[in-house]
Ligand binder design. Structure first.
Ligand SMILES: [Zn+2]
Ligand SMILES: [Zn+2]
Length: 452
């Protein structure tokens, strides 16, 4: 057990903790860099630098860190900088107690349980589960994007083999299954995640009848968005019930009677639930898909070129009974293939495990993400379209930091584009430097430097 484990488990923590355990006093970037050893800067010193920045941030913004509702019923967990160990099963009676420990520990990441417990500090078996919020996680890691080959890398922990793009199930060289991977917050990936989030909100609103006031939306601080629902009736849903919700959102197991165009008129654009979604997905597909995409959906070449030629007529048809019976060459089989594509487009790419887990630990809003130095930040639902994580989630807004970058792809932060970098010493705005440092792509530089 780490030094603070048992010691803090029951004690009321005050900020008058032993001096050696408290985060070091803040220094400016320049003095920090120049006072470092002339002998190369170690990984630990870089980690200390990051932690000190986090400590400064939390000290200066302490009141913005709001604990979750029903704080006394939540389990808290802190991922520690040192050896990346997790300090779990913490409980707090109020915000002050929580903030004191936050300042005392200065973790790389802060989590709380989506669950409510009678005894949050006990081991899992003895916590006495009362209920849990309904949580959705949309992460670019779960959505294939064309750019992940450009900015993501993986390294096999067993044989050291490495490659670009998202990691596969097993190492191609040694079949090992443990990887360390570096993924980047990228505008394309986050744009895709945002589109999925907008789709999710639409389903929750229109199909589940939840008002946007009941939904709490946040940028995760890295590669995605979270939607939380705390409404009383959903709290006691068990894992199976949550799985049903997940299946609905993914469009799994839909009855073919929903789109049986032989026996029915076919779905209409304003139909409720999946019927309407199928119609709208098909509408979008018929109007926007390229010949190539249509052929990929297994449609014959002649059929797909007919669709493209007849777009005006198809558009017009939705005012009446839709295109289901009017398109030549489109029999029930072709429609079924197209509808499958439409369902795929309309389904929301949520991380299913997060929603069905009734004991999940969730990152706390307004805290820093240890992999980026960005904030997990709440986004008012009506502002999602214009939300820019590369501006709005930036925590470190002033100063410059000199870093030694080993390797980084090109990326945008604020209005500037940085990199790509390869073995380069450079002075960067603090937020940019922090991203590189947190990603393990850079170390701090031991002495002040001049940059052209
Ligand atoms: Zn390997
Ligand atoms: Zn990307």
């Amino acid at each position: 057990m780490p030094w603070y484990g048992r010691h803090l488990q029951r004690a009321t923590v005050s900020s008058t903790a032993p001096a050696r355990l408290l985060p070091k006093k803040s220094k400016t970037d320049k003095t920090t860099s120049s006072s470092r050893s002339r002998q190369g800067v170690s990984k630990i010193q870089t980690q200390e630098f990051i932690q000190q920045k986090f400590a400064d941030y939390y000290r200066q913004n302490l009141n913005s860190i709001q604990p979750p509702t029903s704080i006394e019923k939540r389990e808290f967990a802190f991922l520690l900088f040192k050896e990346k160990t997790m300090l779990r099963h913490k409980g707090f009676k109020d915000a002050e107690e929580f903030r004191n420990l936050l300042l005392y520990v200065v973790p790389s990441d802060v989590y709380y349980s989506s669950a409510y417990y009678e005894k949050p500090e006990e081991e899992m078996d003895s916590k006495d589960w009362i209920g849990a919020d309904l949580v959705f996680d949309i992460d670019a890691d779960h959505i294939p994007t064309p750019c992940n080959k450009q900015h993501d890398t993986w390294t096999c922990k067993n044989c050291g083999a490495s490659g670009r793009g998202a990691k596969s199930e097993a190492c191609p060289k040694c079949a090992g299954q443990k990887f360390s991977n570096v993924s980047w917050p990228c505008p394309v990936c986050l744009g895709t995640a945002k589109e999925e989030t907008i789709k999710l909100i639409d389903v929750l609103d229109k199909d589940f009848g939840l008002s946007t006031k009941e939904m709490n939306l946040a940028f995760s601080g890295h590669r995605g968005y979270h939607v939380h629902i705390e409404t009383e009736p959903i709290r006691t849903l068990d894992a199976m019930a949550r799985k049903e919700i997940v299946d609905f959102i993914l469009g799994i197991g839909l009855e073919s009677s929903l789109y049986d165009i032989e026996k029915s008129e076919g779905p209409k654009l304003d139909d409720y639930g999946w019927k309407g979604r199928i119609a709208r997905g098909t509408y979008e597909l018929l109007l926007t898909a390229t010949q190539e995409q249509l052929e990929k959906a297994d449609l014959k070449k002649r059929t797909s070129s007919q669709i493209i030629q007849q777009r005006d007529k198809i558009l017009e048809s939705w005012k009446g009974k839709g295109p289901w019976k009017m398109l030549k060459g489109m029999g029930p089989n072709s429609w079924e293939k197209m509808i499958k594509q439409a369902i795929e487009r309309q389904s929301v790419k949520i991380d299913t495990v997060v929603t069905t887990d009734v004991h999940r630990l969730i990152r706390l809003a307004n805290t820093l993400h240890g992999e980026t130095g960005f904030l997990k930040i709440e986004v008012p639902i009506h502002e999602i379209e214009g939300f820019d994580p590369f501006k709005d989630a930036v925590a470190f807004k002033s100063g410059m930091v000199a870093v030694d970058v080993s390797n980084a792809p090109q990326f945008r932060l604020g209005d500037n584009v940085y990199g790509p970098y390869s073995n380069q010493k450079i002075e960067l705005p603090t937020a940019t430097a922090m991203l590189l440092l947190c990603k393990g792509a850079a170390k701090i530089v031991e002495e002040p430097m001049h940059v052209q």
